[in-house]
Write a protein that binds this ligand. Structure first.
Ligand code: N01
Length: 534
């Protein structure tokens, strides 16, 4: 490792996903000296790493794209309603080329530590490439889903076949033809892998512990006429996204489930099922607050599973039970359930027969061993806080972020942390990340941070952090909303339940993106009265 001389900047951005790319562009445009650091070899964040077969975004491509640059959005054309990973990565590359973002990033560079120097009023950041960088402001655009989590199954390192991870997929093509393949995990990643690999492998064994809810995506290509229309209306579409609880163009409804008689409720769901999961998610307004309504919709989906999957035992095992629909990320799939009707695809019910170990030749459950050539892990992430706690972050008076968050993350607006001056997070814990469109959130967050820093410049302030009172107020609000939501009732990465030893609790703002944005704007409008400056 060679050591390069310490460099000094105005703004340091960690991460070259969509949040970090925008932050670099924004601060550069505003005339700051900005540098970005990225562990991966190029831009794209999760879309750089997640190259597994079938990887696709379940937000519409018109939503899952930047709105900050009128020309960029006119120049790029999406081919499908829901874009696949290669197209999303191509889009990230297009933006990086078009706006010359790479010249401001150092790639293949992982941050090892970040410490606030009170005397100098700057962050000092070290990297595994031997860099030391100092910056007045540090923006952690590290992403809520960037630290893969292996399952706690003994013997993983013993497996003699090919071991692949969804979240760190190899850059070369993987051929499954003639192979016996196993997949552990049936969240969004596992479901996408199963529906793809089930059609190319000789045999596929799906090791499912908790069944997820998944709805038909009904993806389609976008016509030239529609694309032209969309481009004509981009400004209005973007504005409507900012006012939408999902931060996208997904329809929302204020209609509670029991406001309609049973046959009409059924007809609404039938229509939405045919239209695609995107519409289905917007059928009723109270599915996360009314447990009885939630169960009726859940039962409707279970009936659909039974109608598609031919083997009754497999169908039964695929039906999620014991937690509300929408309390775990609902996936949008393409013939996922139909995959189980293929002769070579087998569901291994790990609730009945838990995995005991990975052996040299396969996976052993309490029911016996399945021999495999390839084992794919789709076992999720140490989400929301994982990336920020993966290196040492030391704030004012030597306070460590890991200590501050020992009982769970506390933030102000998911953007700042008391005791950690001039450090910002985009899509951070206690913001709406995961429950709303991450690109809309990122644009909101970066704009808010830039406005605050600009204001500080005018006011002659060099450091800022939220007061304890401000942070407590926000956290109380986040917790109060969470207490009224059924989302807390499932064991998921949303509630920290997927990582052993992680503090449990819903650390997301469930009040909708539009309300989150309004809360951010109110703080700016009040001239940051809740923040402390020096
Ligand atoms: O991860 P997950 P993911 N033995 O945590 C199982 C986004 N995303 O990568 O629930 C057996 O959801 C675990 O089982 P259980 C999206 O926000 C979006 O799939 O712990 N199984 C679960 O089934 C999503 O929510 C898109 O019982 C074990 C699975 O692994 C987020 O990323 C696509 C196990 C992990 O599921 C994460 O999704 C992909 C064990 N020991 C991802 N340990 C789209 O936009 C874990 N599991 C479409």
């Amino acid at each position: 490792m060679t050591t390069t001389p310490t460099t000094r900047h105005d703004v340091l951005v960690v991460g070259a996903g969509f949040g970090g790319m925008y932050a670099v562009w924004k601060f550069r445009e505003l005339g700051y000296d900005v540098v970005g650091l990225e562990a991966g070899g190029d831009v794209g964040g999760v879309w750089y790493w997640n190259r597994y077969p079938g990887a696709r975004c379940d937000l519409q491509s018109v939503d899952y794209s930047y709105g900050f640059h009128a020309e960029v959005q006119q120049e790029w054309t999406w081919s499908e309603q829901f874009a696949a990973q290669p197209e999303i990565l191509a889009y990230a590359n297009f933006v990086a080329d078009r706006l010359d973002l790479r010249s401001s990033f150092r790639f293949d560079t992982r941050v090892c530590g970040a410490a606030w120097d009170e005397d100098d009023q700057r962050w000092r950041v070290t990297t595994d490439a031997g860099d030391v960088l100092e910056a007045r402001y540090c923006i952690m655009a590290t992403g809520p889903l960037s630290v893969p989590k292996d399952p706690d199954i003994p013997g993983l390192d013993r497996f003699g076949g090919e071991l692949l991870r969804a979240q760190k997929w190899p850059h070369h093509p993987v051929d499954f033809a003639g192979k016996r393949v196993g997949v552990i995990g049936t969240g969004s990643s596992g479901i996408q892998i199963v529906q793809e690999v089930g059609r190319s492998a000789e045999e596929l064994f799906v090791f499912q512990r908790t069944p997820s809810w998944t709805l038909p995506m009904r993806n389609h290509t976008l016509s030239a006429d529609y694309t032209a229309e969309m481009k004509r209306h981009y400004p209005a579409l973007r504005e409507s996204m900012r006012l939408n609880p999902t931060g996208g163009t997904r329809p929302v409804t204020s209609r509670p489930f029991y406001s309609l008689p049973p046959e009409q409720r059924r007809s609404v769901m039938d229509h939405a099922w045919e239209d695609g999961g995107h519409t289905f998610l917007a059928c009723f307004s109270d599915l996360l607050t009314n447990e009885e309504a939630n169960e009726e919709v859940a039962e409707y989906v279970r009936e659909k599973i039974a109608g598609i999957v031919e083997d009754p035992e497999t169908a039964e095992a695929l039906k999620p039970r014991g937690y509300p629909i929408l309390a775990r990320r609902v996936c949008l799939d393409t013939e996922y359930y139909e995959t189980y009707n293929l002769p070579g695809v087998h569901l291994v019910d790990c609730l009945k027969h838990p995995i005991v170990e990975v052996t040299e030749t396969g996976v052993r459950t309490e029911d016996g061993e399945t021999e495999l050539d390839v084992l794919i892990l789709a076992t999720g992430y140490d989400a929301l806080t994982g990336a920020l706690l993966a290196f040492d972050v030391t704030g004012r008076d030597g306070r460590r972020l890991a200590d501050k968050w020992a009982e769970g993350p506390e933030t102000f607006l998911g953007l700042m942390v008391e005791g950690f001056p001039n450090m910002f997070t985009t899509c951070g814990p206690n913001g709406p990340a995961a429950l709303a469109n991450i690109i809309t959130i990122s644009e909101n967050d970066v704009d808010w941070i830039a406005e605050l820093i600009g204001w500080m410049g005018q006011e002659g302030q060099t450091s800022v952090e939220p007061s304890e009172r401000a942070e407590t107020r926000w956290m109380d609000h986040v917790r109060e909303l969470a207490a009224g939501s059924l989302v807390r009732k499932a064991n998921t990465w949303w509630t920290g339940a997927n990582v052993a030893g992680k503090p449990r609790g819903l650390t997301m703002f469930v009040g909708g993106f539009h309300n989150y944005r309004a809360a951010c704007q109110a703080v700016a409008k009040e001239q940051y009265a809740e923040l402390e400056f020096s």
